[in-house]
Ligand binder design. Sequence first.
Ligand code: ADP
Ligand code: MG
Ligand code: MG
Length: 252
Amino acid sequence: MSTLEIRDLQVSVKLPDGELKPILAGVDLTIKSGETHAIMGPNGSGKSTLAYSIAGHPKYEITGGSVTLDGQDILELSVDERARAGLFLAMQYPVEVPGVSVANFLRTAKTAIDGEAPKLRTWAGELRGAMEKLQMDPAFAQRNVNEGFSGGEKKRHEIMQLELLKPKMAILDETDSGLDIDALRVVSEGVNRVRETGATGFLLITHYTRILRYIKPDFVHVFVAGRIVQEGGPELAEELEASGYEKFLTKA
Ligand code: ADP
Ligand code: MG
Ligand code: MG
């Protein structure tokens, strides 16, 4: 079992002129493998900042607090080391990797995380299986990562990574944005398959309640102005669906 512990996390964004703009105002959150947590909040509340800070994006400066994975301080680690420690981040805006095919990218990532290359024969089958489950054309494996990917293809590629890399903690930032209803279902089923293994903890970051109809969170956290202002179960998502963030804004 794995535990991600975020304690009183305070983060500023580095502006181009070198100034620091405070965004996260003390975030506390504990996620155990097998649990699915949803963070919901209005635009600009700092949800992506939380995800990027955990992932180690250089634009964000940690000004206080801690993040540990099974007791290990992950804020001290490089981005690669964080991935090897078992953290997975699906970006709201994934980057293109010119000249690197999906198949090569996944194999390289798998090798880095496991510390040894996957067996060629079983790996090919695993890759094919993951793509079939996501209803993807096998030719997709030969395309360059994120180059000309549609919104749905980007998200499917993220879920492929989840299924193949088997991270301890997965942070999905706005995985539902830009998906049509079929893609949303396929992606949600993928998340639910990984979830059923019980080996991965999920942090689902979202602005809308839509995806939570397909992936039932165990815990819901309302995020406003850089911190969690309310916590509850799945019923909290339904309440937000009905009445929006209005009543929580005054709590921030
Ligand atoms: P969310 O994901 O909840 O929409 P973000 O974490 O993207 O929120 O942004 C939180 C706040 O930080 C916003 O006010 C946003 O304008 C600000 N912010 C984020 N990145 C930058 C940046 N590079 N320069 C200036 N402000 C930024
Ligand atoms: Mg946003
Ligand atoms: Mg965001």
